[in-house]
Design a protein around this ligand. Structure first.
Ligand code: NAD
Ligand code: DAU
Length: 369
């Protein structure tokens, strides 16, 4: 099997590349990534030495690049991670999100359709090579925002509210259109918030860890009571691989771990865990750029809220569990410690990914908050 993995140098894509290479000895991967600010080739440096892996630097919106990949490789699976993924950036520059997330998905679908279809049936629908599939990595944010109770299921109407989630919903709709109109074998997975190694420090958990280590203020939007449903990234990767191999074509699968937390509780837990780990292990203290006594709740600062800030997300993953037997394996209490340890041990990675535009982004985004 040959997988085309787009966005394989980003957070979840890179974790997926590592996961499937270890899990399936006989696969080949073509990784397509534009290496935007969020993509880092160093994250997958070891995997790029593997003879099973090819890397193409390019844009999913570029038809020539994508057509060339399909003509030079017999692709069986497309797993589309590539996207602009940060809600705050989508509020600043919505157009880029529509271009990458919607037009990019459509360009991949169109090229996959051309490469995979072999003639037509009597009604005019394309017939596809056996065993191929297109998997769109989507998000629970397409369902909008929940009140105090309830869960998102696969039949919850789409109700995106940020430019990011609107662009992801647009991508889901074009994927569904290719499934209905051209009978393309597709799946869509909609996952809740991921956390784990290689998470870019613009997102809440890695940003908080980075700021704690530097003794910087921890910006909590609004009153900190917004709720997110956190899943360890490797569990998400396992879910995607399961759906790719066993999901019924045309189906949507929600992915989540029943792990809702208020942002303020995440921040407090992260402070306490960094403090404990650095007290226990002198090696970890080397990651500190501040005095250990500064690591406390006084670092928390409540700042201006995100525009249109969704209140609560909560995924009901009953379908993927019942149909495909997938279950989350990492409890949040363990996953967050594993994640913080990883950041304490991998400060070089953090320095590398934040050496470019990051400081400019940080100053601009948090200046008026
Ligand atoms: P990320 O921002 O860390 O990585 C995105 C990757 O895509 C980067 O490597 C970047 O270089 C690449 N990319 C961006 N634009 C591209 C383009 N035009 N052409 C080719 N490559 C391009 O994102 P992530 O957090 O790893 O998310 C991956 C996918 O999972 C996204 O589609 C996102 O919507 C979805 N998702 C993320 C989460 C989460 O919690 N992070 C949860 C559910 C779904
Ligand atoms: O739910 C899945 C989505 O999760 C994915 O589709 C997105 O790609 C991913 O970025 C993530 O979106 P969120 O907006 O939920 O993640 P973020 O880490 O940006 O924010 C998490 C919560 O923390 C959210 O309520 C906003 C808040 N927050 C975030 C940042 C960056 C803060 O309070 N302070 C911050 O500095």
């Amino acid at each position: 099997m040959t997988y085309l993995v787009t966005g394989g140098a980003g957070f979840i894509g890179a974790n997926f590349v590592k996961y499937v290479l270890a899990k399936h000895p006989d696969i080949r991967l073509v990784i397509l990534d534009a290496l935007t600010y969020a993509g880092n080739i160093g994250t997958i440096a070891d995997e790029l030495k593997d003879p099973r892996v090819k890397f193409v630097k390019g844009d999913i919106v570029d038809s020539e690049v994508v057509a060339k990949i399909f003509s030079e490789n017999e692709i069986d699976f497309v797993v589309n991670f590539a996207a602009e993924s940060h809600v705050d950036r989508s509020i600043e520059n919505p157009q880029l999100f529509l271009e990458t997330n919607i037009l990019g998905a459509q360009n991949l679908l169109e090229n996959a359709k051309k490469a995979w279809s072999k003639g037509k049936d009597e009604s005019g629908y394309p017939l596809y090579r056996e065993g191929v599939k297109f998997l769109q990595v989507s998000t629970d944010e397409v369902y909008g925002s929940l009140g105090e109770t309830g869960y998102f299921t696969e039949t919850t109407p789409l109700d995106p509210r940020s430019p990011y989630s609107a662009s992801k919903a647009g991508a889901d709709m074009i994927v569904t259109a290719y499934s209905e109109t051209y009978k393309m074998p597709v799946n869509i997975t909609r996952c809740s918030n991921n956390y784990g190694p290689y998470h870019f420090p613009e997102k809440l958990i890695p940003l908080i860890i980075k700021n704690i280590l530097e003794g910087k203020k921890l910006p909590v939007y609004g009153d900190g009571t917004n709720v997110r449903d956190w899943l360890y990234v490797e569990d998400h990767c396992k879910a995607i691989d399961t759906v790719l191999l066993h999901g019924r074509p045309g189906q949507v699968y929600n992915v989540g771990g029943h792990n809702e937390m208020k942002n303020i509780d995440i921040v407090r837990l992260t402070i306490a865990t960094v403090r404990r780990l650095t007290e226990e292990n002198p090696e970890y203290r080397k990651a500190l750029k501040t005095a250990p006594e500064n690591i406390n709740d006084n670092l928390i600062t409540f700042v201006k809220d995100r525009l249109g800030h969704d209140k609560r997300y909560a995924i009901d993953p009953a379908k993927i569990t019942a149909e495909l037997g997938w279950q989350p394996e990492t409890r949040f209490a363990d996953g967050i410690v594993k994640t913080i340890r990883w950041y304490l041990e991998n400060q070089d990675w953090v320095d590398e990914v934040t050496s470019g535009e990051y400081m400019k982004y940080y100053e601009k985004m948090y200046a008026n908050r």
